[in-house]
Write a protein of this length. Structure first.
Length: 194
């Protein structure tokens, strides 16, 4: 029986698209039944809608209602009988009650070799800028389980890329993203094979 997946996004959705292609091809024993976005204009929402996947946008305008927004999402996940959650470029920190409920059932892709350049404040280009500023010889990406810390959960798999002397945050990000598109579907495949 196929596992039921929810994907949380904030941006263009390239990692979501990589997973979607593999699930649609039958390479992963799963189907994506929900896409949750922190951004109402995220490109990932269009990809989901074009594939007839249900979407939900979390309203972050009223900070006092964030927890209640995540209660709504949690109820939706229950109704849809979700097996696993994939954070695919989701840049918001989840509330503790939500993380606790899905411990062992939620994974994240991070654009560095955790534990380096991870934690609060390390997301998107800030990660790649930090890697270059530290004059690292290599970088990469990590798929890990989500726990109550930020980027502190058990590592599932990593991919390494070289860092070149003439790299910019953009060139390094592009090289890392290629690997993200490989290891996130692989990690999900491993999870859904159980």
């Amino acid at each position: 029986m196929k596992k039921r997946i929810a994907v949380f996004v904030s941006g263009t959705g390239s990692n979501f698209k990589a997973i979607l292609e593999k699930t649609e091809a039958g390479d992963i024993n799963a189907e994506i039944v929900l896409v949750v976005s922190s951004n109402p204009t995220a490109g990932a929402l269009s990809i989901a809608e074009n594939s007839q996947i249900k979407t939900h946008v979390i309203n972050f305008k009223d900070k006092s209602k964030i927890n209640s927004e995540y209660v709504i999402v949690s109820d939706l996940l229950t109704v849809l009988n979700i097996d696993y959650i994939v954070l695919a470029g989701y840049i918001k920190i989840l509330p503790a009650f939500f993380v606790k409920k899905y411990l062992g059932r939620m994974i994240n892709i991070h654009p560095s070799l955790i534990p380096k350049f991870s934690g609060v404040g390390y997301y998107g280009h800030k990660v790649h800028e930090s890697v270059l500023a530290a004059r690292e010889n290599e970088s990469g990406c990590t798929v890990h389980f989500v726990d109550e810390g930020v980027d502190t959960g058990e590592i599932i798999m990593q991919a390494i890329v070289p860092v070149f002397g003439d790299d910019t945050p953009d060139t390094l990000a592009a090289r890392v993203l290629i690997e993200e598109h490989k290891i996130l579907p692989l990690a999900l495949k491993k999870l859904c094979a159980d």
